[in-house]
Design a protein around this ligand. Structure first.
Ligand SMILES: Cc1ncc(COP(=O)(O)O)c(C=O)c1O
Length: 388
C-alpha cells in the first residue's frame, strides 16, 4: 500500500487477526485466537431471520434501526438495569458495536482531542481514534488483577480530555470494572466535563456471579454517556453485525450524524430477528454464561497444568497468560512459532498495547469453543516443546 495509504492510517498497524488466522489456515492449527463461538445462537432467532427474509424485509432499514429492535433494546435496558429509554430518540441500531464505536468517536472527537482509553485495548479503538485525529492517553490494566490504577487514571484524565473510552467487561483481560472503579471514572468525567463512551458487548458473559454496572447509571453520568452493545456476543451471532448505541437524545443524534454516512443502515432482515432474541431469548445468554464459565475453567486449568502463569478472567471469551516462565520475552515470536510447534493458534496481546513493554510477554487464548477443541488444544500444547 505504501505511499498510497492516507496519512490518517499511517499509525494504525494491520490487525493481528489477519496474520494469525492466515497462519491457522495454512498450518491447519486449532484456532484458539479469534473470539467467535463454534456454535451458533438460538434456532428460533435464525427462524425469525428466515421469516423476515421471506416476508419482504429486504430493503433498506430506517437509518436509526427498525422500530421493533429499538423498542426491544429499550426494554432490555429497562429489564436489566432500570434504564428507561425512549426508543425513538435514545436508541440507535448500528452495524455491530464496531460501527457504533467508530461513529461515536468520529462524531465526538476533534483532531488533537485527548481520549483516555484502557490498555490493552480492543484494536478498533486505536484505528478510530487515529482516523478522528485524536490523541490516545492509555491507562494500563496490569496483571494479575487487571484493575484500574486510580493514580494513572487521575494523571490521564485532565481538562484536555474530550472522551473517556471504557470497555467493561474488558477484552482482552476479562476484567469487570467494579462499582468503585466506575465511580472514580465518573467523578473524573464530571470534574473535567468529559464525555464517556462505554463498550459493553460482553455485558452478559460474566462469571462467578460478577455484576455488570453500566456507568450511565452512576450519578452525573446519564447526560454524558454513550453506551454501546451488540447481539454478536450475547446471542452467538458475531457474523450478523447488529449492534446499538443508547444514551440521551442529543448524544444519540450526534452519533447518528456520523453513522448515517458510514453504513446508513444494515442487516434489515436480521434486525427483527434480534428484536425477537432480546424479547424472548434471555434464557440463552444465561445458559451461555454458565457454559462459558465451565470452558474458562477447562482452558485455565489446562494452561496452568502446562505451568503458564494464567490470569483467570472474570468475564468475556478470553484468558491471558504470561509466557516468560517458558523463557519467552516476546510473546509475538512465541505465537508465530506456536502453530508449527504445537498446532495451536493464540494471539500475542502486544498488539493491544501502546506501551509494547507492558504487553510483550502476554498471550490471549479464546475459550468460546467446543470443550473437545479446548481439550485437544491443551493436549497438543502438552506434547509440544514450548520453551524458547
Ligand atoms: C470489546 C469489543 N468491542 C466490540 C467488538 C465488536 O463487536 P461487533 O461484532 O458487534 O461489531 C468486539 C468483538 O470482538 C469486542 O471484543
Amino acid at each position: 500500500m505504501g505511499d498510497r495509504l492516507a496519512t490518517r492510517l499511517h499509525r494504525v498497524p494491520p490487525t493481528i487477526f489477519t496474520t494469525m488466522s492466515a497462519l491457522a489456515t495454512r498450518t491447519g492449527a486449532l484456532n484458539l485466537g479469534q473470539g467467535f463461538p463454534d456454535r451458533d445462537g438460538p434456532d428460533a432467532v435464525v427462524e425469525a431471520a428466515v421469516e423476515a427474509l421471506r416476508g419482504g424485509r429486504n430493503q433498506y432499514a430506517p437509518g436509526p434501526g427498525v422500530p421493533e429492535l429499538r423498542a426491544a433494546v429499550a426494554a432490555h435496558q429497562a429489564r436489566h438495569y432500570g434504564i428507561e429509554l425512549d426508543p425513538a430518540s435514545q436508541v440507535l441500531v448500528t452495524a455491530g458495536a464496531t460501527e457504533a464505536i467508530a461513529a461515536a468517536i468520529l462524531a465526538l472527537v476533534n483532531p488533537g482531542d485527548e481520549v483516555v482509553v484502557l490498555e490493552p485495548f480492543y484494536d478498533s479503538y486505536v484505528a478510530c481514534i487515529e482516523m478522528a485525529g485524536g490523541v490516545r492517553r492509555p491507562v494500563t490494566l496490569r496483571a494479575p488483577g487487571f484493575r484500574i490504577d486510580l493514580d494513572d487514571l487521575r494523571a490521564a484524565a485532565t481538562d484536555r480530555t474530550k472522551l473517556i473510552l471504557l470497555n467493561s467487561p474488558h477484552n482482552p483481560t476479562g476484567a469487570v470494572l467494579t462499582r468503585a472503579e466506575l465511580a472514580e471514572v465518573a467523578r473524573l468525567a464530571v470534574e473535567h466535563d468529559t464525555l464517556v463512551v462505554t463498550d459493553e458487548v460482553y455485558e452478559h458473559l460474566r462469571y462467578d456471579g460478577r455484576a455488570h454496572v453500566p456507568i450511565c447509571t452512576l450519578p452525573g453520568m446519564w447526560d454524558r454517556t454513550v453506551s454501546i452493545s451488540s447481539a454478536g456476543k450475547t446471542f452467538s451471532f458475531t457474523g450478523w453485525k447488529v449492534g446499538w448505541a443508547t444514551g440521551p437524545a442529543d448524544l444519540v443524534a450526534t452519533v447518528y450524524s456520523a453513522k448515517q454516512w458510514l453504513t446508513f443502515s444494515n442487516a434489515a432482515p436480521l434486525q427483527p430477528a434480534i428484536a425477537h432474541a432480546l424479547d424472548q431469548e434471555a434464557g440463552f445468554y444465561d445458559l451461555l454464561a454458565k457454559d462459558l464459565q465451565a470452558k474458562r475453567d477447562l482452558l485455565c486449568d489446562g494452561l496452568s497444568r502446562l505451568d503458564l502463569d494464567v490470569f483467570v478472567p472474570e468475564a468475556t471469551y478470553f484468558v491471558s497468560t504470561d509466557v516468560r516462565r517458558y523463557g519467552h520475552a516476546d510473546a509475538k515470536a512465541f505465537c508465530l512459532a506456536l502453530p508449527e510447534r504445537a498446532g495451536v493458534v493464540a494471539i500475542p496481546s502486544q498488539a493491544f498495547y501502546d506501551d509494547q513493554e507492558e504487553g510483550r510477554h502476554m498471550v490471549r487464548w479464546a475459550f468460546c469453543k467446543e470443550a473437545a477443541v479446548i481439550e485437544e488444544g491443551i493436549r497438543r500444547l502438552g506434547t509440544a516443546d514450548l520453551r524458547a
